[in-house]
Design a protein around this ligand. Structure first.
Ligand code: MN
Length: 488
């Protein structure tokens, strides 16, 4: 994967050197955490035969690559210590501080409860992770790094276990990484899951991807060179990175019946500039040299995606008629894109991660949905099913007049859109307009629909017959119930 460090490390010095780079005054504490974890896990070995400490070391390395704060790096080193060694939360608190102890406790699996099955246990533990999002986002980041390393070293477990883990990763952890905006982790989790779930299919796609990368290398380099020289002439310093779609992404497109060469973002150039206005100037340069596919242009800078992704996307024809997607963004946007929520707390380090969580709730729509589901579904299986279908399942994106984009589960109606905007809009909704036409509230929304909800100006609320039947989202269902209780 171009531009992404998937390296496994086996030497503690690599971690210390990495931390030294961005927070030298924290290295001593990281060393202490390493020594403590090593002593606690002494004698334990992984299925690969390596000493156990290699696992926490790699988890810590992954979070350090995201420039996580020192407490998080320490917690990553200690993340299995409460669960698998004689270490206790109290001891960690005394040796380090309450934040490190809190984070380690947050990633420790539930052990005190007797579960009816392994599946029930996994569900309860995943739910605990999800709850961590509301408490301190760093718990989830450590858990994702933990899952990533386990997936990278999965070949040492039995085939049956591998498939279960891969399936769980694909259904619950990769989407979580996506929603938190950690695209690199998401891509790698997906690729690794596919590799273990369907090894033959993985192999086929892997080989085609290699072939394409080789064939198009020269063409992409020439394109990058040409764009870069024109940017240079205009005084816009830039970096251009060649990127080929990840394996699972290609696999999904092929599964949909698409021809490999028709995938509009199979080949991509990531164009990084310093300022936002330079993004638009770069776009002009790209379009002046290469013919764009009109309907593939997207301005995610003016209208960010619901996971806060920002970039200009345009797909153009190369000189030899290949489709090449250009993603134009600033270095800052790219940093956020690669590291997701973590970069938010890094770029605003003064804001404590716990405090950040409040701000994140507003920015990331899915966090609100998660919280509501957590409140409503008592049963773990039901909770997981709703996460899978409503949040991580197929979605439609619709546009509001304000330019805001709503992300809703497939099968959503204007009722869901209205309540997704606010409970007031839902309660007072009188008419729904989709693409300037009045539609019934049972209408099934489609991608790119332009939705407008007209409100009643009366003091009494308009009648909403059957609305509960039209609601697909938990949020709408809950708010409709609340409204009905208020009226009766
Ligand atoms: Mn672990």
């Amino acid at each position: 994967m171009v531009g992404y460090n998937t390296k496994l490390i086996s030497n503690k010095e690599e971690l210390f050197a990495l931390v030294e780079n961005y927070e030298p005054e924290g290295v001593a504490k990281v060393k202490t955490a390493y020594e403590y974890a090593e002593a606690m896990h002494a004698g334990q070995v992984r299925k690969s035969g390596e000493p156990y400490i290699i696992h926490p070391l790699n988890v810590a390395y992954t979070v350090a690559l995201m420039q996580a704060d020192i407490d998080t790096v320490c917690a990553a080193l200690l993340h299995d210590s409460i669960e698998d060694t004689k270490a206790t939360k109290e001891e960690i608190m005394a040796l380090f501080n309450s934040t490190v102890a809190y984070l380690v406790d947050g990633v420790t699996n539930l052990s005190e409860i007797d579960f009816s099955s392994k599946e029930a246990e996994d569900m309860a533990n995943y739910r605990k992770v999800i709850r961590g999002i509301h408490k301190d986002i760093r718990i989830v980041i450590i858990k994702l790094a933990d899952r990533l390393h386990n997936m990278r070293t999965l070949e040492y477990t039995s085939e049956e276990k591998r498939k279960i883990k891969a399936n769980e990763t694909l259904t619950y952890y990769a989407p979580l990484a996506f929603y938190l905006g950690s695209h690199d982790i998401k891509d790698e989790l997906e690729d690794l899951s596919l590799k273990h779930l369907y090894p033959e299919k993985y192999e086929v796609v892997y080989n085609s991807r290699e072939k394409i990368a080789k064939e198009s290398q020269e063409m992409l380099q020439e394109m990058a060179y040409k764009i870069n020289s024109l940017l240079c002439k205009q005084g816009i310093p830039a970096d251009i990175i060649i990127r080929i779609k990840h394996i699972y992404g290609i696999y999904k497109e092929i599964k949909k019946g698409h021809n490999l060469y028709d995938i509009h973002d199979l080949l991509a150039l990531k164009i990084l500039v310093r300022e936002i206005e330079d993004c638009y100037r770069a776009l002009g340069i790209v379009h002046s040299c290469y013919n764009p596919v009109n309907e593939k242009f997207k301005d995610f800078i003016a209208n960010p995606k619901t996971n806060m992704y920002r970039s200009l996307h345009t797909t153009v024809f190369s000189e030899d008629e290949h489709l090449v997607q250009c993603r134009i963004k600033t270095y800052d946007m790219d940093y956020v894109d690669r590291n997701g929520v973590l970069s938010y707390w890094h770029t605003q380090k003064a804001a404590v991660a716990a405090g950040m969580t409040g701000q994140l709730q507003e920015n990331f729509q899915f966090l609100q949905s998660l919280r509501q589901m957590d409140e409503i579904y008592y049963n773990d299986a039901e909770f997981m099913a709703h996460i899978r279908d409503e949040i991580f399942g197929s979605t439609v994106y619709v546009h509001l007049k304000s330019g805001r984009i709503l992300q809703l589960p497939q099968g959503s109606t204007p009722v869901d859109a209205a309540y997704s905007i606010s409970s007031e809009v839902g309660d007072k909704a009188l008419w729904a307009l989709v693409n300037e036409n009045i539609v019934p509230f049972s209408y099934e929304l489609k991608n790119n629909d332009r939705v407008q909800i007209l409100l009643s100006s009366e003091n009494t609320l308009p009648a909403h017959y059957d609305w509960a039947n039209f609601a697909k989202t938990t949020r709408a269902r809950v708010l409709i119930e609340k409204r009905e209780k208020g009226i009766s």
